[in-house]
Design a protein. Sequence first.
Length: 289
Amino acid sequence: MKLLVKAPAKINLSLDVLYKRTDGYHELEMVMTTVDLADRLELELLNDDRIVIHSQTRFVPDDDRNLAYKAAKLLKDRFNIKSGASITIEKNIPVAAGLAGGSSDAAAVLRGMNKLWDLRLTLDELAELGAEIGSDVSFCVYGGTALAKGRGEIITPLPPPPNCWVVLAKPAIGVSTAEVYEHLNLNGVIHPNTKAMVDAIYQGDYHGMCANLSNVLESVTFKYFPKVKHLKDDMKRFGADAVLMSGSGPTVFALVQHDSRMQRLYNGLRGYCHQVYAVRLLGKRNEFS
Ligand code: ATP
């Protein structure tokens, strides 16, 4: 039996770090939403006991370090499953980009193998398991739009944001999330107004959403990779309504409402940035389970 699952990328409409906890993790407050740029995973049951990853992408491990592998292994061990799984990943989301590609693959495997192994777990149960794999996996299990707190695993659903284009640009550098958090100094940072962002989403207020895009990690990534800051400035000049770095970067995204402006921005960036995508917000949550 085979199953195809989509694993969409996420962007952060806001990302705040409140403080460093005694367990070493950071206490976060993030507004996240999924966009229509997705990896595709083909899942298949195997009669023997193995989990096999097929991935043609450089920088993505095809062994037990792959987050998709970890997700299948977690379900298999927890529920004492005898059969194996073959997981083929068609990678469309840029890697180490701040778009949660690996976490979304893991979440897609949790949802898909839940079906193939007939485990009948709810999305809430899958999200709880996902938190054992990585902080963004719980959000990716639900998809859609949410406020994420704690390490990112405490999820409150939000309505879909006002519709618009999202133009994503990824400079040719990889950023380590762990290193960005390590270099973050919370003294003097400007914290996002998360409540104002949540209110804007509830009210369908596009301009309010644009005005409240904010990410405390920008200050760190911009310092070590000034190229990312220049890209953000360029995107504003090309006519974006609002621009923000996603996650720990280096992907920067612009919001625009009008098709003609989206086209101008996209064409302008294509001139010198290798990976540029114009996509829509997905907004809505996953429905099954
Ligand atoms: P986040 O936004 O959650 O911080 P990211 O988009 O910055 O994530 P990923 O693309 O998820 O980063 O990849 C981070 C690292 O995880 C990569 O360097 C890669 O080696 C490893 N990895 C493991 N499994 C996967 C996977 N299925 N897809 C992509 N990367 C993976």
